[in-house]
Design a protein around this ligand. Structure first.
Ligand SMILES: Cc1cc2nc3c(=O)[nH]c(=O)nc-3n(C[C@H](O)[C@H](O)[C@H](O)COP(=O)(O)O)c2cc1C
Length: 456
């Protein structure tokens, strides 16, 4: 039920959730005759998508990424290759400038695994992108969970889960120094008469001697509009949550029952407050899939039609790598035992708490992905999303694609106007950077954020 009370007046934030690959979340749908995801290596595929999303006033395009391949299921990559389960996949930042050139407002959340980056090169690339996009860049901070990545990079094996976060803390600290501690705001003068492009007194060397990284010198990029890109994170383990609630401005909460998500939301807001931050300084997103059509009946028919092309088994192969356990080794009705692994702790923990079989997982992967599925007419989906948001206390959704590009076009044509009519979605973009659009408090991170201690 939808009401117009003040409490329910929160506007829904919306990101499209995608990846520079064929299969992302909803596996197998690449075989649908109208699906165009095989065109992911063409620039026009992405510029068209960016323009489409901007007509739907999406806040951002969130681009997932992995280093490595999914080789846990059946202990090989055969199904991964056949179904194109995030393989091939290309670098997520390469198409962003082109998408920014054909849009004005859409934000870009780019996933980069810091374990395989040098902080300096990474900070330079993202600061450059923030310049070119006029402050529309976000970074999804991930530390990796695939052994296959370690082999590709030439490392000895995945670092322990909590040690990865310790390294992430230091990586971020060094990035803060580069982005916020080297150049003063008015260092660039562009004074042709006195031949002063940058004022030497206002550009400072940074010093860093840490456990994982050392750096000394001047950052090569002058301040961009946001300086630090908007920080996204998805930590859910105790160590991951401590990291995210200290640094992140947006967090993804894994798909689960609304009651569990509500508890997670309360936990995150409390932890943020304990770290001296405004509990609402973190926008919380849940990943979803939507199938919508002109009527509820037509939406059900569309779902049935889509599901004929989906591959629940490919979904299980993806899942196997997320938890670091080969799900092919169990019978369809056998309870999957919990086994501690070094992968995504929060996803794996489900097997501790519940009896889950392969058949349960396959039913959940009706469209090839494990995200909650909302089905119905535009009005029905809008009401379901509003109820979900109000019940859980989250701020918005990461919308996966199903048959692309038609699923986003359907959502924009049918669901967005219904959300707008209920006063729950913007009718125009605000001006300003991605951070300003999200928080209405300017382009820079607020003074309560840990970045403050690294500012010059
Ligand atoms: C919605 C969502 C999206 C994620 N996207 C990525 C991704 O694109 N690349 C990646 O390496 N990890 C991704 N992760 C994994 C997280 O970065 C993180 O490793 C995971 O949530 C486990 O956190 P934990 O170790 O604190 O439990 C994602 C997690 C969630 C919940």
């Amino acid at each position: 039920m939808t009401t117009n009370s003040t409490q329910s007046a929160k506007k829904i934030l919306l990101n499209a959730f995608d990846m520079n690959s064929v299969g992302h979340i909803n596996h197998g749908l690449w075989t649908h005759p109208r699906d165009e995801s095989h065109r992911f290596n063409e620039l026009s595929y992405w510029t068209d998508l960016a323009q489409t999303l901007e007509t739907g006033l999406f806040d951002g395009l969130f681009i997932a990424d992995i280093t490595g391949v999914y080789d846990v299921y059946q202990n090989n990559i055969d199904l991964t290759l056949k179904e194109s389960i995030q393989l091939p996949s290309h670098d997520p930042s390469t198409m962003v400038s082109a998408m920014a050139a054909v849009t004005q407002h859409l934000g870009f959340g780019i996933t980069v695994n810091l374990s395989y980056e040098s902080p300096y090169q990474f900070a330079r690339r993202f600061a450059s992108l923030d310049h070119l996009t006029h402050g529309r860049i976000g970074w999804n901070i991930v530390t990796g969970y695939l052994d296959s990545a370690e082999r590709l990079i030439g490392h000895k094996g995945l670092k322990d889960h909590d040690l990865r976060y310790e390294q992430a803390e230091e990586f971020l600290e060094l990035c803060y120094k580069f982005w916020e501690g080297s150049w003063e705001n008015d260092a660039i003068q562009k004074d042709k008469t006195n031949r002063i492009f940058s004022d030497p007194k206002k550009v400072h060397q940074i010093q860093h001697q840490g456990k994982f990284y050392q750096s000394q010198g001047v950052f090569q990029v002058a301040p961009s509009i946001q300086r630090t890109p908007v920080l996204y994170q998805a930590g859910a383990s105790p160590r991951g949550l401590a990291f995210a609630t200290q640094h992140a401005e947006a967090m993804f909460i894994g798909a689960d029952h609304p009651a569990k998500i509500k508890l997670q939301v309360e936990k995150i807001r409390k932890l943020a407050q304990e770290q001296g931050r405004d509990p609402h300084a973190i926008k919380l997103f849940v990943g979803i899939s939507v199938v919508t059509a002109e009527t509820d009946q037509l939406a059900q028919e569309k779902l049935a039609e889509y599901s004929r092309y989906a591959s629940p088994e490919a979904g299980l192969a993806h899942f196997s790598s997320s938890i670091g356990l080969d799900l092919a080794q169990f019978g369809d009705d056998e309870a999957i035992p919990y086994k501690q692994t070094n992968s995504i702790a929060s996803v794996n923990n489900k097997f501790k708490d519940q009896k889950i079989t392969r058949n349960d997982l396959k039913a959940q992967h009706l469209l090839g992905g494990r995200y909650p599925l909302f089905i119905g007419s535009g009005a029905s989906v809008a009401e379901q999303l509003i109820d979900f948001l109000d019940e859980t206390g989250i701020d918005g959704f990461n919308l996966t694609r199903t048959v692309t590009p038609e699923s986003h076009q359907d959502f924009i044509r049918l669901v967005i106007p219904e959300l707008q009519q209920r006063g729950r979605y913007k009718t125009a973009y605000d001006s300003g950077s991605l951070r300003h659009k999200l928080f209405q408090q300017g382009n820079l991170l607020p003074a309560q954020h840990p970045v403050q201690q690294f500012r010059c």
